[in-house]
Design a protein around this ligand. Sequence first.
Ligand code: 4NP
Length: 148
Amino acid sequence: MVCLGNICRSPIAHGLLETKAQSKGVHLKVDSCGTGGWHAGELPDGRSVEVMNRKGYDITNQRSRKIRISDFEDFDLILCMDRSNYKDVSTLAPIGSSAKIEMILNGTYSDEVADVPDPYYGGPDGFDHVYNMLDKATDGVLETIISN
Ligand code: 4NP
C-alpha cells in the first residue's frame, strides 16, 4: 500500500487488508510505505489512528517508511492510493520487476473515481471518507486475491 507520506491513507489500507486477511485465514504479507520519507519512523497520523480505532482496528504498531527498491522484489502487488503515487512508483520500478503496480480503487470504483483523496490538510471528515473508500476497496482486493 503506497501513498505520499505513509501516515494517513496507506496505513489505513494496510491495517484493513492485513486484519481482513487474518480474520479469513488468508496468509498475506501486507505492508505500506510512502513515496516521500518526511515522516519516516513516525506513527500514523492521529486522525487515521482515531478513525481506525473507532471502527475496531489498531494501527499503532505501524511506523512510516519510504518505499525501497527491494519492495519491487518483496511484494507481488503494489497498490497506489492516487495517480501521482502511481506515477512515482512506476518511475522507481526496476526494469524487469515482476511486481504488479495498480491503483487501489481500480477494481472498486473503476470509472467513477480514481484517487483516494489526500486528507492530510483537511478536517476529520476527510479521514472518514478515506476509511469508507478503503474499506470497500480492501474487500474487493481480498476477494480478487482469494479467487486468483
Ligand atoms: P498520506 O498523506 O500520503 O495519505 O500519508 C500525507 C501525509 C503527509 C504529507 C502529505 C500527505 N506531507 O506533505 O507531509
